[in-house]
Design a protein around this ligand. Structure first.
Ligand SMILES: [Zn+2]
Length: 429
């Protein structure tokens, strides 16, 4: 089946750049299936704890899996426990999971899955907007307080976080095939990503987090330096905020999915100065890798956002090949391989026509199969090709909230989340 639809691609956004492509787009709807690595669960972490405690711990884990609609995994976690059939609490749980599973339905409209994205969140609006000489923070960023309110609203409106890997996956022949998302009636899958999770040099001291890091509990968190110079750890960017939200509301995440983090390399990654030219590269690479591993274990995925934040449409083939080589040398060893590519400035290689040419061939050869551009004009836009999947993303930022609140109505009401400290009018792009 082919579905055609025309949308206008208003590409956008890099933190510093502005590149807009107006184009007409066709869309082919047909999709596929997820291939995220199934993490194994410590079903029976034995040691010296009593059997009763083991059962209790197991139920904590399996109940979260069930809340995240992964009833199969919850069931197998329990069945992996020796003598589970003699524990009433476990057999009760199995019955409950079977009932939960029977209420799941296949999400029918796989071409209607929205994808929203943010940049680094502004922690201190007073500081950020005071330093915002060209208006970029106000245009391209959301604040911590806005993000928290938006999450509440998305949850209330029955959105559930999935991955682009749930929308489609590669079959044994390497072709994209439609995915199956099983949710209770009325729940709506959505993808969230965050661009430029690099904590660029120019953002230092401007009211943003300093870096992502591994917290004392082994989970990712952020470090923030206050205006008075105090270093703190906690909810200073999307990752720890989303983690804490999903701890409270596990059913906001489908099978443990979190967000896609889109990373460049020219100022290092995740707040660590790992680029070739950095004098602290070696030590920072060790910490960056630990942080990346903790993020992946926590449900996050990485996407390449190019090494140098270059526009793929306007750059020459040679400069793209050079950029690709820098990513493979300086970023991939830290983050690990990824098949997700998120275009800087939303600058997609092609319009409605299918991908071809040297630039695409290089991306394909390097293993990229999922591509995302920017288009805030419609709730969703997905194109499936036998070789790849493309999805449009909607920017959630000062520009969109100020100029097009009506385009966000399916997600939240702008007046309910708007940061009062934002200077208005937001500068036009
Ligand atoms: Zn960007």
């Amino acid at each position: 089946m082919k579905r055609f639809k025309t949308v206008s691609l208003v590409a956008l956004v890099g933190v510093l750049g502005v590149a807009i492509v107006g184009a007409s787009f066709l869309m082919f709807g047909k999709l596929f299936k997820n291939k995220l690595v199934d993490d194994t669960v410590g079903a029976s972490s034995t040691s010296s704890i009593t059997r009763e405690q083991q059962v209790e711990n197991l139920l904590k884990t399996s109940d979260i899996q069930a809340a995240q609609y992964d009833y199969d995994k919850a069931t197998s976690s329990i069945k992996a426990f020796d003598g589970y059939d003699k524990e009433t609490s476990l057999t009760d749980a199995l019955a409950k999971y079977a009932q939960g599973k029977s209420k799941l339905v296949k999400y029918a409209d796989m071409s209607n899955i929205t994808h929203i994205f943010f940049h680094s969140l502004i922690v201190d609006p007073q500081v950020a907007f005071a330093k915002d000489t060209n208006g970029g923070y106000n245009q391209y960023m959301a604040t911590v307080s806005e993000f928290k309110k938006i999450l509440d609203e998305l949850y209330k409106r029955n959105f559930v976080l999935v991955s682009m890997h749930d929308i489609g996956h590669l079959d044994a022949n390497g072709n994209m095939v439609e995915g199956t998302i099983m949710l209770p009636e009325g729940k709506k899958p959505m993808v969230i990503s965050q661009d430029d999770v690099n904590y660029y040099y120019y953002m230092q001291g401007a009211g943003f987090a300093d870096k992502l890091m591994v917290g004392d509990d082994g989970r990712p968190t952020t470090q923030y330096t206050t205006a008075s110079g105090e270093k703190k750890q906690g909810e200073y960017d999307l990752v720890p905020i989303l983690d804490n939200f999903i701890d409270k509301h596990p059913d906001f995440s489908y099978h443990g999915r979190k967000a896609i983090l889109c990373i460049t390399g020219y100022n290092g990654v995740l707040g660590y100065r790992t680029q070739e030219t950095s004098t602290t590269r070696q030590a920072e690479t060790v910490d960056a890798k630990k942080t990346a591993d903790a993020l992946k274990a926590d449900g996050y995925e990485f996407a390449s956002h190019s090494f140098g934040h270059i526009g793929f449409k306007v750059s020459s083939v040679q400069s793209i090949l050079d950029d690709d080589a820098a990513w493979d040398d300086q970023v991939k060893p830290i983050l690990g391989p990824t098949d997700l590519f998120v275009y800087p400035f939303g600058q997609d290689l092609a319009g409605l026509e299918e991908y071809s040419g040297e630039k695409f061939n290089d991306l394909y050869k390097r293993g990229f199969r999922y591509f995302a551009n920017v288009d805030g004009s419609e709730p969703s836009w997905i194109q499936v090709h036998t070789k790849y999947l493309r999805q449009a993303r909607r920017n959630i930022d000062g520009y969109r909230m100020f100029y097009n609140p009506e385009l966000l109505k399916d997600l939240f009401n702008v007046q309910d989340v708007w940061e009062k400290a934002r200077p208005t009018p937001v500068k036009p792009i």
